[in-house]
Design a protein around this ligand. Sequence first.
Ligand code: ADP
Ligand code: MG
Length: 468
Amino acid sequence: MMGQPQEKISIAVSDPDQQWKRVRLMLRREFGDSVFHHWLGSLTLEKAEGSKVTLGVASPFLHSWVLSHYAERLTYFWRRERPETEKVSLMITNEAKINEEENRRRLTAKTHTKEPDKDEGKDYTDYNDLAVLDPRFTFSAFVVGKENELAFAASRRVAESESVPFNPLFLYGGVGLGKTHLMHAIAWHIRKVNPKRQVLYMTAEKFMYQFIRAVRYKDTMAFKEQYRNVDVLMIDDVQFISGRNATQEEFFHTFNAIVDGKRQVIISADKSPGDLEGIEERLRSRLGWGLVADIHPATYELRLGILQEKSRDLEVDIPAKVLEFLAHRITSNVRILEGALNKIAAHASLVSQPVTLHSAQEVLHDVLRVTGRKVKIEDIQKRVCEYFGVRLSEMFSDRRARVVARPRQVAMYLAKQLTSSSLPEIGRKFGNRDHTTVMHAVRRIEQLRTQHGDFDQDVELLRRQLSI
Ligand code: ADP
Ligand code: MG
C-alpha cells in the first residue's frame, strides 16, 4: 500500500524546488499573507547546491529590505529543509523582477510598498552573505561528550568571562562537528547577558570578500573601521583564507590589533593551526598562542544523544529504535545525521504515517547508499592519521618510532578487516612494504586489542567510523 507513493515522496523531499515551496509556506505562515506578498512573494530560487542557497530578488531596495528584515528567518527555514545549508545569498535577477511586477498587479488592496530606491550605481548584484546567528545554535542545545568537552568548556568560559581568558580561542575539527554551533552559542550568550559588548561573527570567506571589495572601491578605511569597536571577533572557517596573501596580511593586522587591544578573538578551522596549509608561518604560529581545542568525530553515544536532543524539537514522534539505527548507520558527521532525522520527520508528516524502522530505511535509501559505499585504503589511512594526529606521509615512511609505527599498523589492520585487498596489495599501499609486514601488523593489533581496553576502544571506534 505504501510502496509507490512513498518512493515518489522521498525523492520530492530533497528536491530544491519542493524545499523552496515549503520554505515559502513557512514564511507565509509566520509573517502572514500581506507581508509575504509585499516583500517575500517575488523571491525566486536561483540555486540550491551543497551548502549554498541563492535567491533572486527584484531590486536593490528589496534586496536590502529582505536582508535586514527577513534574513534570519530565511536562513532558519532553509536550514530546516536543507541542513547542509550554510549560506543563503541574495542576488538581483530579472526573473524576480518579473515576479515582482506580477505580484504588484495582483495586489489591489492599499499597498505600502515603497518605490525601489534608485540604484546608486554600486555593485549591488554582488553576492551578499546572510551570515546571521542561527537561533538553534545555543549552549543548551549542544550535547556534550568526551569528543567536544574541551571545546565546549572553553567556549563557555569565553562567553561568560568579562575579561579575555585566552586569546585567541581556536576551535578546530572536521565538517559538521559543531564549530559553528559553538561560535553562535558564544554570540547568543554574550548578546543576552551583556548586550553592550560588540560581537562580530563572520565567515573567513566573508572577511575575504569584504576586503577584496574594499580594495576594489578604495575603501579600506571603512573596512578597518568596522573592527574598531568590536569586543569579540569571531572568524569561522579560517582555512578559506589560505593562499590569499593580501587577505592574510590584512587578517593578520586586524587580528593583532584586536588581540593587542585585549579584546577576544575566536577562530575556527578544519585543522589545527600547525596543520593549516597555505597560511603564512607567522599567522599560523600566532593563531596557536591562545587555547587550541579540537573536536573529535562523535562516537555512537554522542550521536545518539544529539539525535535525542534534536528529535525533541520535531513535531513527529521518532521511536528510540529509529534513533539508534541512525546513530549506528550514519557516522560521518552530525550535519548529515541531523539531515537524515529531518528527512524522516518531513516524510512522516507528509504521508501522515508514524515513523517506523522500515519507513526510515526507505526514506533514507539514498543517504545510506552513499555512506554505505566500500571503504578505500586511502580513506582508512586518512582517518587513522587524523585520529592519532600523525601526518599522512607517515603511512608510507620508514620511521619506526612507536608514535607513527602504531597508527600505521592500525591502518594496515583496518585495511585487512574492512577491504577485500590481499596482504601484498595492502603492503604496496603502505610505501611498498612486504606482505609479511602487513601480517605482522594485523597480529600485533589483534594482540594489543585483547590486552589494552583503551586501545581496543580506539580501534573499534575507527572501525565503526569507517565501516558505515
Ligand atoms: P561545523 O561548523 O563544525 O561544520 P556545525 O556547527 O555547523 O558544524 O554543526 C552541524 C550541525 O550539527 C548543526 O546543526 C549543529 O547544531 C549540529 N551539532 C554538531 N555537534 C553537535 C552537538 N554536540 N550537539 C548538538 N548539535 C550538534
Ligand atoms: Mg561551520
